[in-house]
Design a protein around this ligand. Structure first.
Ligand code: PEP
Length: 316
């Protein structure tokens, strides 16, 4: 059980270690390493460095217990891999990090000043991750209907990010009932790799905001390119996650739909610009507009002090 105290029922803010995510807070940006490290700790360190240098708040991994997560009839199927021909279950072990590797990852992240967390895909993986003092856990879209996993995650008391790809509104409602809404942040997602623009349906971010007013809403993107993730931020996403890779041509199922180092740097920079530009929604006349106003406005009009903030802030 964690020592983290929830910010409180009905608050739309969520704690991620020393950082806070939610409306009015900087977008919490996560570089999803997933299994793009290909089981190699040096690749993981290099990806952590890339995310830290780009200005991400966190990196994320996926943690599976291969014997639980791999259907029994798939175990013995052989496949070619960069490490030679091997059975699928051996391959699943090959790309999974154990305790000593995650200890090294913890130390490396601390050195680089970046958080890490993971999506556990089974309850043993939850127990494994609880050995580390993580800022959050994530429910992958594929796990949204796994009540046993959701209950184990709720019991940790940590912030839970719930991804909603491949899920119906009814399934999402049920998952929120199981997890409780006080400690979750929900992500809109489309679970295709790469996802097509026509199927991103970014306005669902606003649909979720309306249905879950006390839950911060974020975006977990699997598209190629960056524009649509920036659009998600403009629509009010308070959390963003994108897969990251050292090189899209590397071996592995998620590499091609991942963002490379240069793209990640641009993405973080542009998210910060967009969040600064969204403002508070209160219409006002800026000091910096007074000069141009004097030069350009033929009829000065009357601006009383009380008129400078006529509108209410827009709730996002
Ligand atoms: C697959 C994952 O998430 P999403 O559904 O957001 O892609 C994950 O976090 O492991």
């Amino acid at each position: 059980m964690s020592s983290i105290t929830p910010i409180g029922a009905n608050s739309r803010l969520r704690q991620f270690g020393s950082k806070t995510a939610g409306p009015g807070q900087p977008v919490y940006i996560t570089g999803e390493i997933g299994i793009n490290h290909n089981g190699d700790l040096e690749n993981a360190f290099a990806l952590i460095d890339v995310a830290a240098e780009a200005g991400c708040d966190a990196v994320k991994f996926q943690k599976r217990t291969p014997e639980i997560c791999t259907p029994r009839d798939q175990w013995d199927i052989e496949r070619d891999t960069p490490w030679g021909r091997m059975t699928y279950i051996d391959y699943r072990h090959r790309v999974e990090f154990g305790e000593s590797e995650y200890q090294a990852i913890s130390e490396h992240c601390a050195k680089r000043g970046i958080d890490w967390f993971a999506s556990p895909w089974d309850t043993e993986a939850v127990a494994f991750l609880e050995k580390f003092d993580l800022p959050a856990h994530k429910v992958a879209s594929a796990s949204l209907t796994d009540d046993e996993l959701l209950r184990a995650l709720r019991a940790t008391g940590r912030t839970i990010i719930l991804s909603t790809g491949m899920s119906t509104p009814k399934q999402i409602r049920h998952a929120v009932e199981v997890l409780g809404s006080d400690n979750i942040l929900m992500c809109h997602a489309t679970s295709t790799y790469p996802a097509q623009a026509e199927e991103l349906n970014l306005r669902v971010i606003n649909t979720l905001q309306a249905e879950y007013p006390n839950v911060p809403i974020g975006y977990s993107g699997h598209e190629t390119g960056l524009q649509t993730t920036l659009a998600a931020v403009a629509l009010g996403a308070t959390f963003v996650e994108r897969h990251i890779t050292l090189d899209r041509a590397m071996w592995g199922s998620d590499q091609a739909a991942s963002v490379e180092p240069q793209g990640l740097t641009r993405l973080v920079r542009d998210i910060r610009t967009i969040e600064a530009s969204l403002g508070d929604g209160v219409k006002k006349v800026y000091e910096s507009e007074l000069g141009p106003m004097k030069k350009l406005r033929r009829v000065p009009g009357v601006v009383a002090e009380s008129e400078s903030a006529e509108t209410e802030p827009v709730a996002v």
